[in-house]
Design a binder for this molecule. Structure first.
Ligand SMILES: [Mg+2]
Length: 182
């Protein structure tokens, strides 16, 4: 991918299925359950050299369901941040949406609230110069609504089911990172 990315660009990252492995039918409720997908710390180290901001936007309705607490989530994120920092990378901000899907929260993807919060709180975010990488169509819709470039992380045959929402497809974050030419 070559779209003239420079230090004025922002990268939005989904978490489950992109940074760490999904737990089918469950939520990552403890640091022990948080496992990086292969190559992710290296990918984020590379992103850190390229992007002005790196922002995680993650739906966590396990909190809304009462299966985990905000404190549990913070412990999980501490592990994630520690390992990324130890690998020479950085994540500038993490936003999470704890609401249930049925609550129609403006924060929960595919709604755009977490993107708007990031733009308010971090300097110089331009959504035209932003990319969202995610493994769900809710991530792609989130990005489309804000005018971002969308990167589907996963199987190309799945991405092709909804081509209007997907600009690029990569099997994983490291492959995406390696594709970026600066
Ligand atoms: Mg995901």
């Amino acid at each position: 991918m070559n779209m003239g990315i420079d230090k004025s660009w922002t990268l939005f990252l989904d978490r489950d299925g992109v940074i760490n492995t999904r737990l089918p039918g469950d939520y990552v409720k403890s640091p022990e359950q948080f496992l990086f997908i292969d190559g992710v710390p290296e990918a984020i180290r590379r992103f850190s050299e390229i992007f002005r901001h790196i922002v995680v936007v993650t739906n966590q309705q396990g909190i809304g369901k009462g299966q985990m607490t905000v404190n549990d989530l913070e412990l999980v994120h501490k592990k994630m941040m520690d390992e990324i920092r130890n690998s020479g990378g950085r994540i500038d901000r993490i936003y999470f949406a704890p609401a249930l899907e049925s609550e129609n929260s403006p924060l929960r993807k595919p709604a755009v609230g977490m993107g708007l919060l990031a733009k308010k709180e971090l300097k110089n975010i331009s959504f035209k110069k932003s990319i969202i990488a995610g493994d769900s169509f809710s991530d792609m819709v989130f990005g489309r609504r804000l005018g971002m470039k969308t990167v589907f992380i996963g199987d190309a045959t799945i991405a092709r089911q909804n081509p209007a929402f997907v600009d690029y497809v990569y099997p994983d974050l490291l492959t995406f990172a390696a594709s970026l030419k600066i």
